[in-house]
Design a protein around this ligand. Structure first.
Ligand code: UFG
Length: 330
C-alpha cells in the first residue's frame, strides 16, 4: 500500500482528495496548519500532523516518522480577490511553502509530487477553450504565484529528478455525495456557496459582480468541475508518474462554460425558490471567460469525469450546504 502525503488535506479540495485516496485503499498522511482548513474535514483514517509547510522542522519531524511515497500539494492560498488586496501573503505562503517542501522532499528522497495549479495562470486568454500551451499572462497575484510554482517544479525536476504533475483546475465545485464534507470557508467568496448562503438566509442579498463583461449576458463565464473528479485526476496523475510518465501540466475542466447568471438560475431551480440579488460593481482580478480544453488529461491520464452536468454538481453542493448551513462543527 502506498503512503501519500496530502499537504492541505483539511481544506475544501484537500479533504475530498483524502476521502478519494482512502476509498481507493491508499494510506494517507495529512499536513495542514488549519489556517483555512477544518479539523472535522479530515478523514478519521488519515494520520494528521498540524503544522505549516514553510516550517522545516515540522516537515523533518513528519518525514522522519512517516515513510512517504509521493506528495499531493494543495495547501496554497487560492482566493483571487484576497490576492489582489494582499499579494505578499500569497507569494509568501504559496512560494516559500513549496520551496521548503521540495527541499525536504529531496533530503528524504521523495521524488514524486502532484500539485494544484489553476486556470488563473492564463489571465485573460486569447483562445477559448484554453489549452495547456496557450499564453500564460496572469492578471492576479494568485495566478502569478501558481505560475511561479510551476516554473520552480520544472527546474527542480531538472536538478533533482523530482517528477511532477501540475493540475490546472478550473472552477472546483460540489461536495462528497455522503454529505460528510463540503465547501466551507471562514469568509466565503465563491459563487455557488454564496448563492446558497442567501438561499438559506433571505435577509441577505446575493451580488453579481459585474454584468458588463464581454460575454452574451454580460456576466463572467467559468468552467465548473466536480471536486471528486478533480481528486480522481490526482490519483491518475500519481499512477502516471509511477509508470514513468514525464513531468507535465494538464487542464482539468468540463470543456463547457456557464455564466454567473446561468449558475444563479440553475441554483435557484435546485433550491426551489427565488433568491434576492442585485448587480454590483466588477470584482478586481476577474477574467471575462475561462473554459478548459481538457482533452490532454482525458487522453494522456485517462481522466473521465463522472459529473459532466452542472446541475448534478450544484445538487451535491446543495446537499452539503442545506445540511451544514454554518459549515463544520456548528
Ligand atoms: N461571483 C459573483 N458573486 C459572488 C461570488 C462570485 O458574482 O458572490 C462571480 C465572480 O465575480 C466570478 C464568478 O462568480 O465571475 C466565479 O467566482 P468564484 O469566486 O467562485 O471563482 P473564481 O473564478 O474567482 O476562482 C476560482 C478559484 C480560483 C481559480 C479559478 C479558476 O477560487 O482558485 O476559479 O477559474 F483560480
Amino acid at each position: 500500500m502506498k503512503t501519500i502525503l496530502v499537504a492541505g488535506g483539511a481544506g475544501y479540495i484537500g479533504s475530498h482528495m483524502v476521502y478519494c485516496l482512502i476509498e481507493k485503499g491508499y494510506d494517507v498522511v495529512v499536513a495542514d496548519n488549519l489556517s483555512t482548513g477544518f479539523h472535522d474535514a479530515i478523514h478519521k483514517d488519515a494520520r494528521f500532523y498540524k503544522g505549516d509547510t514553510r516550517d522545516r522542522s515540522f516537515l523533518e519531524n513528519m518525514f522522519t516518522q512517516e515513510s512517504i511515497d509521493a506528495v499531493i500539494h494543495m495547501d496554497a492560498f487560492s482566493i483571487v480577490p484576497e490576492s489582489m488586496k494582499d499579494p505578499l501573503k500569497y507569494f509568501d505562503n504559496n512560494l516559500i511553502g513549496v520551496i521548503v517542501l521540495l527541499e525536504e522532499m529531496e533530503k528524504f528522497n521523495i521524488h514524486k509530487i502532484v500539485f494544484s495549479t489553476t486556470a488563473a495562470v492564463y489571465g485573460n486568454p486569447k483562445n477559448i477553450p484554453i489549452s495547456e500551451d496557450d499564453e500564460k499572462n496572469p492578471i492576479n497575484p494568485y495566478g502569478e504565484s501558481k505560475l511561479m510554482m510551476e516554473s520552480i517544479m520544472k527546474w527542480v525536476d531538472e536538478a533533482f529528478g523530482i517528477k511532477y504533475v501540475a493540475l490546472r483546475y478550473f472552477n472546483a465545485a460540489g461536495a462528497h455525495p455522503s454529505g460528510l464534507i463540503g465547501e466551507a470557508h471562514a469568509n466565503e467568496t465563491h459563487l455557488i456557496p454564496n448563492i446558497m448562503k442567501v438561499a438559506l438566509d433571505p435577509t441577505k442579498e446575493f451580488q453579481i459582480f459585474g454584468d458588463d463583461y464581454g460575454t452574451p449576458d454580460g456576466t463572467n463565464i467559468r468552467d465548473y468541475v466536480h471536486i471528486l473528479d478533480l481528486a480522481e485526476a490526482h490519483v491518475l496523475a500519481l499512477q502516471y508518474i509511477e509508470n514513468g510518465g514525464k513531468s507535465d501540466s494538464f487542464n482539468l475542466g468540463s470543456n463547457q462554460g456557464f455564466s454567473v447568471k446561468e449558475i444563479f438560475d440553475e441554483t435557484s431551480n435546485i433550491v426551489g425558490k427565488a433568491i434576492p440579488y442585485k448587480i454590483s460593481n466588477r470584482r478586481d482580478g476577474d477574467p471575462d471567460i475561462l473554459i478548459a480544453d481538457s482533452s490532454k488529461a482525458r487522453s494522456v491520464l485517462g481522466w473521465h469525469p463522472d459529473y459532466e452536468n452542472v446541475h448534478d454538481i450544484i445538487q451535491t453542493a446543495w446537499n452539503w450546504h442545506s445540511k451544514h448551513p454554518h459549515g463544520y462543527g456548528k
